[in-house]
Design a protein around this ligand. Structure first.
Ligand code: TUI
Length: 314
């Protein structure tokens, strides 16, 4: 497949792996890149030296391009932004904020910059600031989300900017990819699908919870704090939503989720931990290798586009 994204990034398939906190470490990123997509190391809240070590370990596992996601709520974001340049990383994606202040540094270093946006306004601002592409991420996604669905956000962003758009949120198979291409996207970014990859270091309990999830098993916590987060329903979300309803303050809510994503991903605490996953979790039924995931999606996307195209045939 050839789109502006495969050309800009030098990858085989227009499929990007989300920069998921704790999940998107060097082994997953290298596996996705080796399979022909773009793997991403999620810097999340990690200290800069850990991110540097992750980048170096990823380089040992792949010669292909990979990226780093800079999570802008990270108090260390500035240092992480510099580490990316020092280590010669080819692609940066950003999340949970506006990366304008790092754009000049990255562009001067020749890094391809792909901000993740949840609104048309931020997409336009990013294009003006020199972004090479944007990820338009709908609220079907897991983790920190905006307010607009993928179906409505992607075509509006496509119309608002000239740079290529990557669709994210609710995509986990070839039908989702085909739909994203129909909306004008030139690639897709997937997170939840890669949580349940063989190369994903996520605890077995977490993977099982994603596999068992149905279409209605996610909740949005934190809508009242200004940091809405989508995760799978469990004891933690029930307590959190109760507290939010009773008007608990920010610090009280924070206490409930401090370290809770780490506890779910690393220790398998899917009862009190935060099990971030998108609404498409219900579609994911088995663990597969990154290579299988990518190849199946590309094959299926082509098949459904061909089949639907036939609806217009005489
Ligand atoms: O960033 C994400 N997803 C994430 S980050 C994350 S770590 C975290 N954990 C708990 C609480 C908060 C963060 C887990 N998942 N996706 C990209 C994304 N960016 N989604 C929404 C946004 C976004 C939202 C508001 C981007 C910009 C924005 O405002 C821009 C501005 O002008 O400040």
């Amino acid at each position: 497949m050839k789109t502006r994204i495969t050309e800009i990034l030098g990858i085989e398939y227009p499929i990007i792996q989300g920069g998921m906190a704790w999940v998107a470490e060097h082994r997953l990123a290298a596996a996705v890149s080796n399979a022909g997509g773009l793997g991403i190391i999620g810097a999340a809240s990690a200290p800069p030296e850990i991110v540097r070590a992750e980048i170096r370990k990823c380089k040992e596992l792949t010669d292909k391009p990979f990226g780093v996601n800079v999570m802008l709520l990270n108090p260390n974001a500035e240092e992480v932004a510099k580490v990316v340049v020092e280590e010669g990383v080819k692609v940066v994606t950003t999340g949970a904020g506006n990366p304008s202040k790092y754009m000049a540094m990255w562009k001067e270093a020749g890094v391809k910059v792909i901000p993740v946006v949840a609104s048309v306004a931020l997409a336009k601002l990013m294009e003006r600031g020199g972004a090479d592409a944007v990820v338009a991420e709908g609220m079907e996604s897991g983790g920190h989300i905006g307010f607009t669905t993928t179906m409505t956000l992607v075509p509006q962003v496509v119309d608002a900017v000239s740079i290529p758009v990557i669709a994210a949120g609710g995509i986990a198979d070839g039908r989702g990819m085909a739909a994203a291409l129909m909306l004008g996207a030139e690639a897709v970014q997937m997170g939840t699908r890669f949580v349940v990859a063989e190369e994903s270091i996520v605890h077995e309990n977490y993977k099982k919870k994603v596999i068992k999830a149905s279409d209605i098993d996610s909740e949005i916590t934190g809508a009242s704090t200004g940091h809405p987060v989508r995760c799978l329903r469990n004891k933690m979300t029930r307590q959190y939503l109760e507290l939010e309803k009773s008007g608990a303050d920010f610090m009280e809510l924070e206490k409930l989720t401090l370290g809770s994503l780490r506890n779910a991903v690393m220790d398998g605490d899917v009862v009190n931990g935060t099990v971030m996953a998108g609404q498409i979790a219900g579609l994911i039924k088995e663990e597969k290798s990154c290579k299988e995931i990518l190849e199946e999606i590309i094959t299926e996307a082509k098949a459904v586009v061909d089949a639907r195209g036939a609806l217009w045939a005489k």
